[in-house]
Ligand binder design. Structure first.
Ligand SMILES: CC(C)(COP(=O)(O)OP(=O)(O)OC[C@H]1O[C@@H](n2cnc3c(N)ncnc32)[C@H](O)[C@@H]1OP(=O)(O)O)[C@@H](O)C(=O)NCCC(=O)NCCS
Length: 213
């Protein structure tokens, strides 16, 4: 094991198309440089917190602060796994997997973004499938939650392609206007029906207790 004191650094999920891994600082710096090239249309806002509006270099610094915060505050009761998405070995975006009291709830939630040049090629679906595999096959989850604004067809498309069902809706103040978030959920039995056998988990055994699994 390369990182006995912080074994998450050895955790990786591989699919035939991508790798998702827990990033060291060098990889975080590369990820932090991506949003400046664009994550969405300026007229759109897919995120509850409009972090992508910040100008450089605050954009990069706030991203790093966010990821370092999740690294530092990790506990088995409350964790956010920041998954760096690598396409042909190069960073393309982030897929997160989040758990609160996972040992009891067996419930997960996810969040994601890709640099614009990586969007619309099925990578968003692949990276969500990768971390759902970590959650269901690796950690024994019973349910995964997600959500997206109703005007985000790509994110809703990822969820629907992977078998999520609608799970209610909620209105938010999005930059001063009401916006409807559609809740989604994927139960273990629905995940099993589409379960893939070409996704590989590496370095998980040393991390199980970190997740409360
Ligand atoms: C959301 C996001 C991660 C999805 O990744 P992606 O690689 O672009 O999505 P995919 O290519 O895997 O497409 C997923 C599905 O949505 C559909 N889709 C993608 N873009 C679409 C669009 N603009 N309009 C309609 N459908 C779209 C695809 O056809 C596909 O459906 P299918 O499997 O039935 O063919 C990515 O678009 C992104 O980073 N967007 C900006 C940030 C964001 O919205 N984050 C999520 C916040 S909730």
């Amino acid at each position: 094991m390369a990182h006995p004191h912080w074994p998450l650094f050895d955790l990786a999920v591989r699919t035939p198309r991508i790798e998702v891994r827990y990033p060291d600082d060098e990889l975080l710096f590369e990820l932090a440089a991506l949003p400046a090239d664009g994550v969405h249309d300026a007229a759109a806002m897919p995120f509850l917190h409009p972090w992508t509006r910040a100008p450089s270099p605050e954009l990069e610094r706030s991203a790093l602060r966010h990821w370092w915060g999740h690294r530092a505050s990790w506990s088995p009761e409350q964790w956010v796994f920041t998954g760096a998405v690598l396409v042909e070995g190069r960073p393309a975006g982030v897929q997160t997997l989040q758990g609160q009291h996972f040992a009891v709830t067996r419930a997960l939630s996810t969040g994601s973004w890709l640099g614009r040049r990586f969007q619309g090629r099925g990578i968003g679906t692949e990276m969500r499938a990768a971390l759902l595999h970590l959650g269901f096959a690796g950690l024994g989850a019973e349910v995964a939650y997600s959500g997206a604004f109703e005007d985000n067809p790509a994110s809703l498309g990822v969820s629907r392609a992977l078998g999520y069902v609608d799970n209610g809706d909620r209105l938010h103040d999005r930059e001063g206007r009401p916006a409807r978030e559609i809740g989604l959920k994927l139960t273990r039995d629905r995940w099993e029906r589409r379960r893939r056998h070409d996704i590989e988990l590496r370095g998980l055994d040393a991390c199980r207790e970190w997740f409360g699994a």
